[in-house]
Ligand binder design. Structure first.
Ligand code: CU
Ligand code: ZN
Length: 205
């Protein structure tokens, strides 16, 4: 009888000790597991967000008339994985007219003829050419055509420039120009596109 009581007493102590160990271990290990799991979990969305910010730079340009035109407009620029996407509207053009459209080197539209914007954006020292084909300025973009109401809807994707990266091909802070005539994509140095009828500085949103 004494022996059984002793065994029961030992068993109780062992149980208590076991419980104590469990209670000590239980809160610790899930907590440790949780913090170990949460550290990388919070770190990877954070670094993904940094990468996302680089590829999602956005900018705009408000087109102001130049050379006495009635042209106006607003353009948006978005950095995408496929290149810089330019969208927007150009108004006040002649009905069904076609116009040279370029990035120019200086973000300065201050002179009446917009000559202050300088030449075509050309960080790679190439001749003027066809957008997306052969030798060309990074600033060479497709001609824009107005509808019967004199409105051109812009939707251009260019691989030749970057937006907000600080690289030599970064167009942020440069200018976008609309010309009076179509760009022939070959005449030097600027496609014989005539007067500059609108100019806007590419500014971060
Ligand atoms: Cu131009
Ligand atoms: Zn050019």
């Amino acid at each position: 009888m004494r022996r059984i009581t002793a065994l029961l007493a030992f068993a109780s102590v062992a149980l208590l000790a076991g419980c104590a160990n469990d209670n000590q271990g239980a809160p610790d290990s899930p907590a440790a597991a949780a913090s170990a799991a949460s550290a990388p979990a919070t770190a990877s969305p954070a670094s993904a967000a940094v990468v996302q910010a680089d590829t999602s730079a956005r900018a705009h340009a408000v087109l102001a008339s130049a050379s006495g035109s009635d042209v106006a407009g607003t353009l948006s620029f978005a950095s995408t994985e496929q290149g810089v996407h330019i969208t927007g509207r150009i108004t006040g053009l002649k009905p069904d007219s076609t116009h040279g459209f370029h990035f120019h080197e200086h973000g300065d539209c201050s002179t009446p003829d917009a000559s202050s914007a300088g030449g075509h954006f050309n960080p790679t020292q190439q001749p003027h050419g066809h957008p997306g084909e052969g030798q060309r300025h990074a600033g060479d973009l497709p001609n824009q055509t107005a509808n019967a109401d004199g409105v051109a809807t812009v939707d251009v994707l260019t691989h030749d420039v970057e937006l907000g990266t600080g690289s030599s091909t970064d167009i942020l802070g440069g200018a976008v120009i609309v010309h009076a005539q179509p760009d022939d994509y070959s005449s030097q140095p600027s496609g014989n596109a005539g007067a500059r009828i609108a100019c806007g500085v590419i500014s971060r949103d």
